[in-house]
Ligand binder design. Structure first.
Ligand SMILES: *[C@@H]1O[C@H](CO)[C@@H](O)[C@H](O)[C@H]1NC(C)=O
Ligand SMILES: *[C@@H]1O[C@H](CO)[C@@H](O)[C@H](O)[C@H]1NC(C)=O
Ligand SMILES: *[C@@H]1O[C@H](CO)[C@@H](O)[C@H](O)[C@H]1NC(C)=O
Length: 776
């Protein structure tokens, strides 16, 4: 039978990995025939269909004495009994003489009885024709040496769900023909390589459900014929590089329900023949670049039910020429799949991505899969904007396939699984609409960065000296850049080529804006040459947006803000990080009545750096990252009350070009270092101390030579209002705004004054205030 989905419960999983689904097989069989023989009382004697472990069909004389509360073997058992079923009784030993009289006994089922010693079963001289022995759900605790030597023909041995905590090194000696061994769900804490020396033909091994935290290196070296290995539910935290060595014929491998935090890439390299791999229900956070590379026989991969998985990184799956089915479902925090996550998956037909936290699937993902036939995306918080154009019905013919024989391109449609449940959840006007029924005209053309809600927690606690890892991801078109702002206001971007300079750390080209010394020495040299690259040795920002801080200190606790920014705008998300002091220090700190969080001081100074006729460049410096920062401004006239305008400021920004001002006018500008309502860690004192910082100035005069329109103050105020209104309208007409902005930013990028302006702040999507809108 074709191994199918590997995502559901262990029952089905077992079925997949053992490649025989008993109920399914039985259902399709001919019925039992009567067997005219003197049958033990209350038992049923029939000729029943039976399949040997190597799938040969038999008409087996069967004595069925299941569920009879028997304490000893029922009599008389017909001598040519082939299958003897004694499941769910109260047996704790067998009458040797009785079994001795059954030379053709092939299948003995003693599951759910009371055997506590295996010798009570196997001491009965030789059962030379027994192929299958079921002793599941008994009370076995130990397997001594050569436990099964009286069963030389045995092919299947089922010992699962006992209390086995020790197995002698030679316990399986003599089982030269054993094909299948189930010792799952016992109490084994180690796996001994010696057990398997006696099992050169073993094809299926179920070891799961034993509390083994680590597998030995080369532990399975003797299992040259093994095809299927199930290591589910064991508490494995990692895998030694050579743990799977020698499993040359292994085709299916399950790590279902373990504690793996990374894909065991190195160990998997030792099993090149692998076709089916199940990593479901582990603690893997990221599927990283190269995690699955060159597994040239892999057909199906399951990465489901992972509570902690947040991201599938660039080139996470690469060169898997046989992969036809990929399941990444039911991962509640999976919000990001890199546009180039899947490379060279030329035969992938089925991509299951339902029930995650994905807001979109980048078009590149679809374009990179030439054989894709079906995709499931339902039960995701899908955002129907430009990233999702490809998914609309009219756009669905995008999928071009190159016919290798004729070298012509053929369009084929990718089928959506459950299209009626594949709904937009953003933007609000398209909520609950079926993705396939939204026309691409209805989907916004802009793709502002969006950091998914589920990708970052609100609070993270770390021990002093521990490692802080925060994964921030955002999808947008064009791809956004991601940087972090630390509690002290430090802006951290992906590492430049510091490694080459022998420095391992992170700094941004724009970090000069945050160092007063270097800002004041602005020159016209290209920015990169002037970076005062302070090696923040224990900080690291990875290109995809992960912030890593090693050996964190209590003074680094506070607000961390992730900013995802592209030319269209930005999105931010804030995480409060608490650092637990070491015990000794904590006592001292408490005695000194210190707060774990640094106190906010009113140390901001707002200044005007440059004045024009219609603009003013404001600069401020403060030592902290805040939940939200706003700038407000107001024209000042002696005889009129003027409206106040405000804008949000992007985290990590310390300057702003206030534009559209009126010439020859007094203004008052204030900086409000906000704090969102939900913040608990701020004392009343610090709240009070944070009064807005204000400056006043007068915009420049318009040069005499230029003819200028003199307006009365009242008219001016109207003009300002109208101007701002027009500006807001512009904002709302996203298209126009985008173009303008991208031009503006293009200049802004190349200018040596690059960190002085920040028009983008106007469309920042400040999540900390609970808003999901992209435009104010
Ligand atoms: C065991 O099986 C063989 C071959 O099928 C048969 O000839 C023989 O009579 C059987 N033995 C008994 C005791 O029924
Ligand atoms: C600013 O840069 C100078 C040298 O480039 C450095 O000595 C100084 O410590 C920096 N100041 C801050 C606050 O980072
Ligand atoms: C600030 O904005 C004004 C008006 O848009 C512009 O003329 C000026 O060059 C900007 N200044 C900087 C430093 O970008």
């Amino acid at each position: 039978m074709r191994p199918t989905s590997v995502l559901v419960g262990s029952q089905r999983l077992l079925c997949v990995f053992v490649s025989v689904c008993v109920p399914a097989v039985l259902a399709s069989l001919p019925h039992a025939l009567p067997w005219h023989v003197s049958c033990p009382v209350r038992c049923v004697c029939q000729i029943k269909p039976w399949f040997s472990p190597d799938s040969a069909y038999h008409e087996a004389p069967t004595v069925d004495c299941n569920d009879l509360l028997l304490t000893k073997l029922p009599l008389p058992i017909p001598p040519n009994t082939h299958t003897l079923l004694l499941q769910s009784n109260l047996l704790s030993e067998l009458d040797i003489a009785v079994l001795h009289g059954l030379p053709n006994l092939t299948d003995l089922d003693l599951s759910q009885n009371r055997f506590s010693q295996v010798k009570k079963i196997t001491q009965s001289s030789s059962l030379s024709s027994l192929l299958s022995l079921h002793v599941e759900e008994n009370h076995l605790t130990h397997l001594p040496e050569a436990s099964f030597s009286s069963l030389p023909a045995l092919q299947e041995l089922f010992l699962s769900h006992n209390n086995l905590h020790s197995i002698a090194p030679g316990a399986f000696n003599g089982l030269d023909f054993l094909l299948r061994l189930h010792i799952n769900n016992n109490r084994l804490t180690t796996v001994e390589p010696q057990w398997f020396r006696a099992l050169p033909r073993l094809e299926v091994l179920m070891l799961g459900g034993n509390p083994v935290e680590a597998l030995p290196e080369r532990g399975f070296l003797a299992l040259k014929s093994l095809r299927s290995l199930v290591l589910g539910g064991m508490g494995l935290r990692g895998l030694a590089e050579k743990a799977l060595e020698g499993l040359d014929r292994l085709e299916s491998l399950s790590f279902y329900d373990n504690l793996l935090t990374k894909v065991p890439t190195q160990a998997l390299k030792r099993v090149p023949g692998l076709k089916f791999l199940d990593l479901n229900k582990n603690r893997i956070k990221l599927i990283e670049t190269g995690d699955f590379r060159d597994m040239i026989h892999l057909k199906e991969l399951g990465l489901n039910n992972m509570e902690e998985l947040v991201s599938i990184e660039k080139a996470a799956l690469e060169n898997l020429p046989e992969l036809t089915k990929l399941e990444i479902t039911n991962n509640p925090h999976l919000s990001y799949i890199h546009p180039e996550a899947f490379l060279q998956l030329s035969r992938l037909e089925s991509l299951m991505l339902n029930s995650n936290s994905l807001s979109a699937l980048h078009k590149h993902v679809m374009l990179s899969l030439p054989s894709l036939q079906e995709v499931s995306l339902h039960s995701n918080p899908l955002r129907c904007d430009c990233l999702f154009h490809w998914a609309t019905e009219e756009a669905s013919h995008f999928h071009i396939e190159r016919d290798t024989k004729t070298d012509t391109q053929m369009a084929h449609t990718v089928r959506f699984i459950q299209p009626q449940a594949t709904l937009c959840s953003e933007p609000p006007e398209l909520r609950a609409r079926r993705v396939r029924e939204v026309s691409s005209r209805e989907m916004a053309a802009s793709c502002l960065p969006m950091i998914p809600t589920s990708s970052l927690p609100f609070y993270v606690g770390v021990k002093e000296g521990g490692k802080l890892v925060l994964h921030c991801r955002a999808l947008a078109d064009p791809q956004p850049e991601i940087y972090w702002v630390t509690p002290s206001g430090l802006k951290l971007g992906p590492a430049l080529s510091l490694a080459s300079k022998g420095l391992r750390g992170t700094c941004l080209p724009t970090s000069k804006g945050f160092n007063h010394t270097s800002t004041s020495s602005m020159s016209t040299k290209p920015v990169r040459d002037r970076i005062p690259c302070i090696p923040f040795k224990h900080y690291r920002v990875l290109p995809e947006g992960t912030l890593e801080i090693t050996k964190i200190t209590p003074s680094e606790a506070g607000l961390y803000t992730c900013v995802a920014e592209n030319i269209l705008g930005a999105d931010t998300r804030t995480v409060t990080v608490g650092v637990r002091r070491k015990e000794r220090k904590r006592k001292r700190a408490m005695a000194a009545n210190l707060n774990v969080f640094p106190l906010f001081r009113s140390d901001v100074r707002l200044e005007v750096r440059e004045l024009g006729e219609h603009y003013a460049i404001l600069y401020w410096q403060h030592g902290h990252n805040h939940h939200s920062t706003r700038l407000s401004w107001q024209a000042i006239y002696s005889n009129a009350h003027m409206p106040t305008y405000t804008t949000r400021i992007l985290a990590g920004t310390q300057s702003f070009n206030l534009t559209h001002l009126q010439a020859e006018t007094f203004y008052r500008v204030c900086l409000h270092l906000g704090i969102s309502e939900g913040t608990k860690h701020v004392s009343r004192r610090s709240r009070e101390s944070r009064k807005p910082q204000c400056v006043s100035f007068r915009t420049k005069d318009i040069p005499e030579s230029q003819p200028s329109l003199q307006l009365s103050p009242e008219l001016t105020s109207t003009a300002v209002t109208l101007l701002l209104l027009a500006f807001i309208l512009l904002l709302l007409a996203g298209q126009v705004w985008d173009t303008e902005l991208s031009e503006g930013v293009g200049k802004f990028r190349s200018s040596p004054l690059q960190d002085i302006t920040c028009p983008k702040a106007l469309i920042i999507n400040q999540k900390t205030e609970g808003s999901n809108k992209h435009l104010p």
